[in-house]
Design a protein around this ligand. Structure first.
Ligand code: NAD
Ligand code: KPL
Length: 302
């Protein structure tokens, strides 16, 4: 049984594909009000290439009693630990917890809460967004890398992902993937918020982007992530070109008045630099500007 904690964009994308492949899935929703709204909606809707299907997947709240052996955590990074704490006592002794959160920091918070469970980290380039509650659009095909920094053995359920058509790969170095994605996000997303622009408009700020990439590369090297540092600036420029017409996820969050994952991206990078006693200038200054920007709009800055 796949228990899926959080029925937002990625949670729905995973739950619907697993369920339509005939695999047993149960959603864990925040509270009984949200469960009632879900039941009223009649299931999760997924729109793909203009076609919408509804999947009446079983749902429960955290206080249900069914034991959990495989938990997919599909909350935002800032909600992951609290959400997992609510179901921790239901985890069986051999439980596996799959963490879909972007950035770094939330994975360690969850792992500390559930030391008995195997925690598997994921980094995904799939794209999905919520149209309405329980109605999600699959906006961008992508790939998901999965790995366990403590144990390189692949879990036995990767066949379920294959069966469900979820493009994936088991990697012995998931931390390198997560660090690289964090660095890309730190080089692009805050600047798009501060300049209120699409990714492509960052072409107008080449020295700002280059200076950030330089400091992010220094940080990755100091943190023992040499392969994540290699060619960072070139890849950032490629991503800016390839996604020139898009607004970054952080820009979309700020535009829509939603909390950002700053603490698990730029905040994590700045804390890591501090721990490494690395005297960086650009990254902390960028964080300060972003924090002010968020505070001025009444948004959480952590
Ligand atoms: P989302 O906001 O759409 O969904 C999160 C869901 O978690 C919400 O439905 C929320 O109600 C639920 N939730 C929060 N606390 C809960 C609790 N205690 N119990 C039960 N449910 C709870 O977020 P998302 O876009 O799916 O993103 C999830 C993670 O995946 C983020 O870290 C994001 O950066 C990452 N990610 C998202 C995408 C994407 O395209 N959406 C792509 C790659 C990575
Ligand atoms: O992942 C992204 C995001 O918007 O969060 C990209 C497109 C890579 C920009 O950082």
């Amino acid at each position: 049984m796949w228990h899926i904690l959080g029925a937002g964009s990625l949670g729905t994308l995973w739950a619907t594909r697993l369920a339509r492949a005939g695999l047993p899935v149960a959603l864990i929703l925040r509270d009984s009000q949200r469960l009632a709204r879900y039941q009223q909606a009649g299931g999760l809707s997924l729109t793909e290439q203009g076609h919408t299907h509804r999947y009446p997947i079983a749902a429960q709240t955290a206080d249900a009693t069914q034991p959990i052996t495989r938990l997919l955590v599909a909350c935002k990074a800032y909600d992951a630990a609290n959400a997992v704490a609510q179901v921790a006592q239901r985890l069986s002794p051999d439980a596996q917890v799959i963490l879909l959160q972007n950035g770094l920091g939330s994975q360690a918070q969850v792992a500390a809460l559930v030391p008995q469970a195997r925690c598997i980290f994921a980094s995904s380039t799939e794209g999905a967004f919520r149209q309405e509650d329980f109605q999600v659009v699959f906006a961008g095909q992508g790939h998901t890398w999965l790995g366990d920094p403590q144990d390189s053995c692949a879990p036995d359920w990767l066949g379920d992902l294959q069966q469900a058509g979820i493009s994936h790969e088991w990697t012995p170095d998931i931390l390198s993937r997560l660090w690289r994605k964090l660095a890309l996000n730190c080089a692009i997303n805050p600047l798009t918020v501060l300049h209120d622009c699409r990714n492509g408009e960052l072409r107008q700020y080449p020295s700002e982007v280059a200076a950030l990439c330089d400091e992010l590369s220094q940080l990755l090297l100091a943190c023992g992530q040499a392969s994540a540092a290699a060619g960072l600036h070139e890849q950032v420029q490629q991503v800016i070109e390839a996604t020139a017409h898009n607004y970054s996820s952080m820009h979309q969050d700020v535009q829509q008045g939603r909390r950002t994952e700053i603490s698990y991206l730029l905040g994590y990078a700045c804390r890591a630099a501090h721990q490494q006693q690395l005297p960086l200038v650009q990254l902390p200054a960028l964080q300060q500007r972003l924090v002010h920007h968020l505070q001025a709009r009444g948004l959480p800055s952590h």
